[in-house]
Design a protein around this ligand. Structure first.
Ligand SMILES: Cc1cc2nc3c(=O)[nH]c(=O)nc-3n(C[C@H](O)[C@H](O)[C@H](O)COP(=O)(O)OP(=O)(O)OC[C@H]3O[C@@H](n4cnc5c(N)ncnc54)[C@H](O)[C@@H]3O)c2cc1C
Length: 383
């Protein structure tokens, strides 16, 4: 059951699928156990052009459109959510923000390196005290002559310990969203500290960090966009990021489907393959329906993006549905595997652990519902 793609998108899908089967799938379980993917994967992603989708070629990108991005993220999500997340953050949240809001110099300084996988980006919005309520962040950036001095703590930052550049959101003015400004902070500057957060339920291969900014000094040329524009930049990145997360969720659900179908055909109970039992088929059919529906929702967002139409609410719908579907798919797959689904000899327990965070980051499911509800009713339930 595959929707019809045009030649270019089909070719990208086939190349990405073959690459994931060779470079990701065989290692995903070991990376999970080691709590680190092999960082050489970043350069490999760059060599394939996977860190440059939707970035113009003049900045080292590989071009393509939002649908290309969805096609790629579905394949990466099927292979390993930790690897998919590296791309979602470095390209999706950081690279694309630089493309949209960066000065010519910032684009020339950072985009070719990010696209090649020579540099990695991280996105520093969440803080210990402000997650869903990101507009109330407390990291401060204070003017000092031609420079800015940043002080504060960022929490749960994907790629945080590996990144060369951090897109940091800091308060430069009034309370609330209008007082936030974005900065591109090299991670090797004095005062930039980072500690890896270990013991995660899933996404264990991914580097998640707490970042402490202790009087970090950057020039005004490190500011991304205008003063007070930072929250808008963050929300624009997350709107589009949600489309990519949704596509990644489709990949997780597909991995669950493939594993469940294979196992149901092999495993025999009561003298027959368990695939012959209707209740087992129901578990599998429910995953398949969600895969199709979630993909359509993600691709609808891509279509809106590619036609230059508003897409924020549709991105929330897609992210909400697809992330909940990925968790359900992993649960169903474990059910099909029975006790073997509960041990890590098979990949389905990892799928559940990895999928669980998808309903939490880039806006929890509750936050997506509030965004959808606000768009439908005109009433802001956040306050
Ligand atoms: C593995 C991982 C990677 C991450 N990567 C990044 C990253 O790269 N960059 C980054 O900036 N952040 C990142 N995050 C942070 C993530 O985006 C936040 O965890 C998320 O936004 C939720 O914030 P919180 O954890 O503070 O939960 P809280 O905001 O404290 O929410 C707790 C609960 O309350 C609910 N809730 C909160 N407000 C409301 C409300 N108004 N109405 C109803 N329910 C509400 C939430 O839905 C949730 O169920 C990551 C998190 C994880 C776990």
């Amino acid at each position: 059951m595959d929707l019809e793609l045009g030649d270019a998108h089909r070719e990208l899908r086939d190349v990405a699928r073959a690459w994931v089967d060779k470079e990701v799938v065989p290692y995903a379980a070991a990376w999970d156990r080691a709590e680190s993917v092999d960082t050489a994967i970043v350069r490999k992603l760059g060599d394939m052009g996977f860190l440059g989708i939707e970035i113009p070629e003049e900045y080292g990108g590989s071009g393509g459109d939002a649908l290309s991005y969805c096609v790629l993220l579905e394949e990466l999500g099927r292979g390993d959510s930790s690897v998919r997340g590296i791309v979602s953050v470095s390209l999706g949240l950081v690279g694309k923000s630089i493309k949209s809001y960066g000065s010519e110099q910032q684009k020339r300084d950072w985009l070719p390196r990010l696209c090649a996988g020579e540099s990695l980006g991280c996105f520093g919005l969440t803080e210990p005290g402000t997650g869903s309520d990101a507009a109330n962040l407390t990291t401060r950036a204070v003017r000092d002559g031609e420079d800015w001095v940043l002080t504060g703590t960022k929490m749960f930052i994907t790629n945080g310990t590996w990144a060369d550049i951090a897109l940091i959101f800091a308060r430069t003015g009034q309370p609330g969203p209008k007082g936030v400004t974005a900065f591109l902070v090299p991670t090797d500057v004095p005062g930039f500290g980072r500690t890896e957060i270990k013991g995660k339920l899933g996404l264990r291969g991914q580097a998640t960090a707490e970042i402490v900014l202790d009087g970090v000094r950057v020039p005004d040329s490190a500011r991304l966009g205008g003063e007070g524009q930072g929250f808008r930049i963050a929300m624009a990145a997350l709107d589009k990021g949600r489309m990519g997360v949704a596509a990644g969720c489709v990949g997780v659900a597909r991995a669950c489907l493939e594993a469940a179908v294979r196992y149901a055909g092999e495993r025999e109970q009561f003298g027959k393959p368990i695939a012959s039992y209707q209740l087992v088929q129901e578990l599998i059919a429910d995953i398949a329906v969600d895969v199709e529906a979630a993909r359509l929702l993600a691709w609808r967002v891509a279509d809106l993006v590619d036609r230059g139409k508003p897409f924020g609410t549709e991105a929330s719908v897609a992210k909400l549905f697809a992330s909940e579907a990925a968790v359900k798919a992993a649960n169903n797959a474990i059910q099909v595997f029975g006790g073997y689904g509960y041990i890590d000899e098979y990949p389905v327990s990892k799928y559940l652990r990895d999928a669980r965070v998808l309903t939490l980051y880039e806006g929890t499911s509750q936050i997506q519902k509030l965004l959808i509800g606000r768009a439908l009713t005109g009433v802001n339930a956040f306050v």
